[in-house]
Write a protein that binds this ligand. Sequence first.
Ligand code: 1CP
Length: 346
Amino acid sequence: MTTPLLVQALNRQPLVRPPVWLMRQAGRYLPEYRAVRAHFPDFVQFCLTPDAATQVTLQPVERFNLDAAIIFADILTIPHALGHTVTFTEGHGPHVQPITHPNQLAAMQNLLEQIPHRLTPVGQTIAQTRAALAADKAVIGFTGAPWTLACYLLDAKPSLGIPNTLAFAKQHPQEFQQLITLLTRACNAYLTMQAAHGADALQVFDSWALLCPPDLWQTAVHQPLLELSAATPLPTILFPRGATPAQLLALAESGATALSLSTGHNLAWAAETLQPLTTIQGNLDPALMTGPAGVLESALLTMLNTAAPRRGYIVNLGHGLTPDTNPDNVTLLMETVRNWRAPGSV
Ligand code: 1CP
């Protein structure tokens, strides 16, 4: 049986070239995505319609011959399944009906056991995608991390700051921890369901880890991420965006299988320090995907020569592709990675 190249990298096998996939590889920069999206006024409904979600999951893999398909869904499916309405308006991004009082946690707690059932359509998308893909390509399932989901539940737009999250954690420390525990259990159930439907690997997006104050890091980010990393037998990639080098090292030393690096992280440092302990993924600046080919190609070669000669490396970006990405740059990235060879290999 063929093991997907991505899984081989996660198992730290020696490879002639690293696997490649891109965060947000399905999305608005692709005209074929926009055509399907136009049929769904309700974005959450789109995520929970297996045929349409499978179609857009496969689009970038078919167009660019990527090594993995990440399931088309969103991290905000969990708040939705826990009873908090999620709406998407064109140009404004998502909006989550917020938690305004600790007494709302009980209602969420009551919905916890329904997570696998309510999100079964995502499992169906995984099964359909797995059936459609060649054996050497991986299907990646994912979840948002508890801290990042808490930020969306308390602040709706974390990109504008998280004053409510910080105030809630200070004013109601016990209830805040209950919320993190509740969300960790929800993520755990969601990932378990995804594994049962045939995912080959999982990624946990802690996109707002960079906003977590040091006194909350251990209980709100570090421990939940490690718990989710061990939730299933599948290799799991953790993406604590903007974590400090010390925080990344602590995750690697505590047994994380793989760490996805953000744009700002120093790849040479990560290759020296983290890669002996764990698989690393990343961290090309997504801004390069909107610019001239020559600059992109030289940055890619530097990145490949830094991390790809060693075991345990996955090519990816430091954050997601943006809607103004030039698809020709993804083609160039794929050609560059596929033509690259580890020194000494033929
Ligand atoms: O109108 C549209 O078509 C919506 C654009 C879009 C897409 C294509 C959103 C809204 N979500 C997605 C899909 C998506 N989101 C995927 C699957 C496909 C793929 O990667 O190819 C994944 C893995 C996500 C994950 C996600 N959603 C994250 C974590 C990754 C990250 O970017 O840090 C986050 C933070 C979200 C929330 C979200 N959903 C959508 C947007 C625009 C956002 C960000 C909102 C914000 O800035 O706060």
